[in-house]
Write a protein that binds this ligand. Structure first.
Ligand code: UN1
Length: 509
């Protein structure tokens, strides 16, 4: 797959000319930002950092556009999103290829990301006719009460490298039908994917004569703090590390803005005595090594009942022995590269730290150099038996390291599963209804996502996505996550001829 061909199919010239009509992309003024493929560290193309001046212009355009966009009937906004979904269907292959090339995930997973965009577009189209509010019984005679949901304003979307297009779309497509306008700050490691999406949606906006400023793109790491600190940005949706999320959350809260945080996970799978090992195996292996361990939902801990521990480890060891590491565009490979050299070093350091703290290596990790890909960032997925309370096990390392541990009772397993600072995803493999229900109950998993006989990753867009504790508490994508992109207004209407006060208060004049 040749980058020039892909960019051509996506109508992007290598020098990245700007896009207008419906969309604003701040290009042409800042320092050069080069994009490289983690597959072999090949140069792909260059773009530019957004300057502060250009950023301010984008925000002003967005604010202007909001004044019109919020008045467009929601189903009509949904119609635009429907067309975006169709356009994404047309561009699925080249966009999926670009995701693979720039981020390093497999082509299948690249296509899967574009499929998530298509799915959330479909979801948002339906939603555009269902932005329902409640009616409420008033305590006063001849009064009625209701809730309305109004657009919130300019939404800043700061997305991470690991899902360079899907997570943006979860936010943007809901925000659009809700009547908001968006400013997207993609990861500086995957700017080309963002530019490609911007071009695709620009076609739709152009075909519908939508004024400039509804969807906007700013590039470069400075733009993140600008969005967080900017009073004009009503909602900042941030996906990334807990460390940065803590800063974003505090900065936005300081100015009484709203934030939606999707931060780190430290996801565990509990394997019980009655688990079906033929299902555990693909669930755990895909969860732990898929996307080279670079999903928020990656399985990082495996908590196994002592009676099936040896058997589970044996089966896993065997499966790990058959994993093929290499170019993710080759469908025979299971594991592609990490995103960059820093990620490799963090991975190597985590293994050393775990070993030094008493972890016992079950499947050896380390750097891996597939022939012909000497400049890529490949590592071997590894398994380490380690105690849950080790500092390194308590941390999220964005790499394919799986920590395994034993348990005796289910209470103990749940306690281990919950005893980490993060609370994104969790799973149990069991054929026992009581165990499954216990895990899903209020005394079970404390995570935003809890699955039975399914791994921790690969959530569908229809559910609300996000987690508790240091994962940040935000919910994106399906269910009623749309409410985060709107402001709620409570209306009380008096249709009588007198003015009774609430709570029966007497006030005579
Ligand atoms: C993320 O890693 O930020 O559930 C999102 C999953 C994907 C999304 C992951 N649908 O693994």
């Amino acid at each position: 797959m040749n980058i020039q061909d892909i960019l051509k199919q996506l109508n992007i010239a290598a020098d990245n000319q700007g896009v207008s009509t419906g969309t604003v992309w701040s290009e042409g003024k800042g320092a050069r930002l080069e994009s490289y493929s983690p597959i072999n560290n090949d140069y792909l193309a260059a773009t530019q950092h957004t300057t502060r001046e250009a950023y301010d212009e984008v925000v002003e355009k967005a604010r202007q556009a909001f004044k019109t966009w919020r008045t467009v009937p929601a189903p009509r906004r949904g119609e635009i999103v429907r067309q975006i979904g169709n356009k994404m269907r047309e561009y699925k292959e080249p966009l999926g290829s670009l995701v693979s090339l720039e981020m390093g995930k497999s082509y299948q997973e690249g296509l899967g990301e574009v499929q998530e965009i298509i799915d959330i577009c479909d979801f948002a189209v339906g939603l555009s006719r269902q932005l329902y509010g409640l009616t409420i019984a008033s305590e006063r005679p001849q009064h009625s009460m209701m809730e309305q949901w109004h657009p919130i304003g300019v939404v800043g979307i700061i997305s991470a490298f690991n899902f360079p297009v899907a997570v943006w779309s979860w936010n943007a497509m809901l925000a659009l039908v809700c009547g908001d306008v968006c400013i997207w700050k993609p990861s500086s490691k995957t700017p080309l994917c963002a530019i490609a999406c911007q071009h695709i949606i620009a076609e739709v906006f152009k075909e519908n004569n939508i004024e400039e400023g509804v969807c906007n793109l700013v590039i470069g790491d400075d733009a993140g703090p600008w969005l967080s600190g900017d009073q004009r940005i009503a909602l900042v949706s941030f996906t990334g590390s807990t460390r940065v999320g803590r800063i974003v959350g505090q900065t936005v809260a300081q100015r009484f803005g709203k934030s939606l945080l999707e931060l780190g996970g430290n996801n565990a799978i509990i394997v019980t005595e009655s688990a079906d090992l033929s299902m555990v195996l693909p669930g755990v292996v895909f969860g732990a090594v898929g996307t080279a361990g670079q999903r928020c939902t990656t399985t990082r801990r495996l908590i196994v009942q002592e009676s099936v521990y040896d058997k589970t480890i044996e089966v896993l060891k065997n499966a790990y022995g058959q994993l093929r590491i290499g170019n993710p565009l080759d469908a025979n490979n299971h594991i592609g590269p990490l995103i960059d050299e820093n990620a490799v070093n963090t991975y190597l350091k985590a293994i050393e730290t775990a070993k030094a703290a008493g972890g016992r290596v079950i499947v050896e990790g380390g750097r891996y150099t597939p022939e012909g890909y000497e400049n890529g960032f490949y590592v071997k997925p590894c398994i380490i038996e380690a105690a849950n309370d080790l500092d390194i096990v308590q941390e999220e390392t964005f790499a394919p390291i799986l920590y395994v541990m034993k348990y005796t009772t289910l209470e103990e397993a749940i306690e281990l599963q919950n005893s980490v600072p993060q609370g994104l995803s969790s799973a149990i493999f069991t054929s026992n209804l009581r165990e499954a229900q216990r895990f899903l109950s209020a005394e079970g998993s404390d995570c935003g996502i809890a699955n039975v006989n399914i791994g921790t990753s690969g959530a569908e867009i229809g559910g609300a996505f996000g987690g508790e504790k240091e994962t940040g508490g935000g919910r994106e994508s399906g269910s009623d996550s749309w409410k985060a992109y709107m402001r709620r207004q409570t209306n009380t209407i008096n249709y009588g001829n007198s003015l009774p006060l609430a709570q029966g208060i007497k006030f005579h004049i």
